[in-house]
Design a protein around this ligand. Structure first.
Ligand SMILES: Cc1cc2nc3c(=O)[nH]c(=O)nc-3n(C[C@H](O)[C@H](O)[C@H](O)COP(=O)(O)O)c2cc1C
Length: 463
């Protein structure tokens, strides 16, 4: 049996994830593992067609394709996403079709499921049979339980291929095209929101749109016309990225990125500084064009610090987001994690031009309103859960991630550690032992609900 390993880590042979493959290799000497360093050699893969073809040839000659990668900002690293886009662009899908595939990923479990969903979706688009992947913690290989689970995963892969097991499909086939969006010649008048009319808010629209005569281009134009404030437009294609994040952690140690292309400065001064950011992009293979992933990953220079807290964000999207639950979850989770106020997501999937136009105009108005009123919402699970992972991680790694640690201290992001809530813990110990005493318990449980409400009633009376 032959397994083609598509190593998406930009660290190549120094990848932590790859060590799990090496472990499997040791336990299955009869299986041939061919490792392709996709992440590290993406520039060559882009430029050198025969090199790309040799990888595709390796895939064609294998029984199983193993996507092996670290989770990078909710998804796969930019380099692997770029490779995936090349498979479609160069029409190499047939080489993947019909093969068994699975994925081995490492992370700190922060949105590893969205990365897993994405690769599963891509695999199925390529016509492959996807076996549920192995979402390991980056330290799992160091633990006996982790090694045991990894070996079980390996056994399952080999068994599935040997037995030619049938596998269910998780996602509906391919992306649905959206109708042409053509705004009316005469746009409906927009009623502006009071004071925001005159306040010079800085609203920036970040896009990769190059064609003003596309759905996305026309949507941007309608949004711009509806905004009473001037709109700054930043096109990601105008920024010369030297490359995707290398995962070297130089930024965590030294405080700056190894690349000298000025991305930190560009991001800080052109995007982070704005009162509101509107992202305008087209859906492409369950994500956006690769430049967006490069942009996302390179923001790692800022560690886990939340740079846009309290700001407003919105999205203008060309593509059928209704069929992209995973992508939508990531967009919402990003806002939740960044503590930004998501004013809205407008797409071109509604068949009515009038509705889309009205939604775009509403996005402009509600964006200004959100800035003017400093709108905020409580975070839901996507933000509260994610933040607990970050909090624990940074606390443990505070010796290395010193800037992050200072930021978390300053903004009270450690304050919800359970062990710090000693007053509440004590209260619960007393309450529990009180209620457990049968006689008192019987009486107390009758008015337990009333007792619990006392504190809330006091707040309502006093505020
Ligand atoms: C740019 C960047 C983004 C990351 N994003 C995430 C993330 O979203 N979720 C997570 O749990 N870990 C994240 N990590 C941590 C890596 O997934 C983790 O360190 C991984 O084990 C590295 O594997 P590798 O050595 O194979 O590259 C990120 C690391 C980097 C450098």
């Amino acid at each position: 049996m032959k397994i083609a390993v598509l190593n998406g880590s930009p660290k190549g042979k120094y990848s932590i994830t790859l060590q799990s493959v090496k472990y499997l290799q040791k336990y299955h000497p009869a299986v041939e593992f061919e490792i392709f360093d996709i992440g590290q050699r993406i520039k060559q893969i882009e430029k050198d067609l025969p090199f790309f073809d040799s990888i595709v040839e390796g895939v064609r000659g294998s029984d199983l394709i193993l996507w092996c990668y670290p989770v990078y900002t909710f998804l796969v690293p930019y380099q692997l996403l770029k490779f995936i886009s090349l498979i479609f662009e160069r029409k190499a899908e047939a080489n993947f079709a019909g093969k068994y595939t699975s994925q081995l990923l490492t992370s700190k479990h922060f949105y590893d499921h969205t990365a897993h969903n994405y690769i599963c979706n891509i695999s199925e688009d390529l016509g492959m049979k996807h076996i549920v992947g192995h979402c390991a913690d980056m330290d799992d290989l160091q633990k006996p339980e982790g090694r045991k689970r990894l070996l079980q995963f390996g056994e399952e892969l080999l068994w599935t291929v040997r037995e030619n097991r049938p596998l269910p499909r998780k996602y509906s086939p391919r992306e649905t095209p959206t109708p042409r969006y053509a705004p009316p010649e005469k746009l409906p008048l927009v009623s502006p929101v009071g004071e925001s009319e005159v306040v010079p808010y800085d609203v920036v629209l970040v896009t990769d749109c190059t064609d003003s005569d596309s759905n996305l281009g026309r949507m941007i134009a309608v949004f711009k016309a509806a905004l009473v404030n001037p709109l700054r437009v930043v096109n990601l294609n105008d920024f010369q990225f030297d490359g995707g994040c290398l995962g070297c952690f130089h930024c965590a140690v030294a405080g700056n990125c190894v690349y000298q292309d000025g991305f930190d400065e560009f991001h800080r001064t052109q995007i982070r500084s704005a009162d509101c950011v509107i992202f305008a992009a087209s859906i492409n293979h369950h994500w956006f064009n690769p430049v967006w992933k490069c942009y996302d990953d390179r923001q790692f220079y800022n560690g886990h610090r939340i740079s846009s807290m309290g700001k407003a964000v919105g999205y203008i999207i060309s593509g059928s987001l209704q069929n992209e639950a995973n992508l939508r979850e990531v967009l919402e989770a990003r806002s939740e994690m960044a503590r930004t106020y998501l004013t809205g997501i407008v797409t071109d999937e509604v068949a009515s031009n009038t509705v889309t136009t009205l939604l775009l105009q509403d996005l402009a108005v509600s964006t200004l309103r959100a800035i003017a009123t400093k709108a905020s919402r409580p975070v839901n699970f996507l933000g509260a859960g994610g933040m607990r992972i970050f909090r624990d991680l940074i606390y443990v790694m505070r010796g290395l991630m010193r800037e992050d640690h200072r930021f978390y201290q300053k903004h009270g992001l450690y304050d919800d550690f359970p062990q710090r809530q000693w007053k509440r813990t004590l209260q619960m110990i007393f309450l529990g032992s009180f209620l457990r005493q049968k006689l008192i318990g019987r009486k107390a449980s009758a008015n337990f609900k009333e007792v619990l409400l006392k504190r809330y009633e006091k707040i309502i009376r006093k505020n």
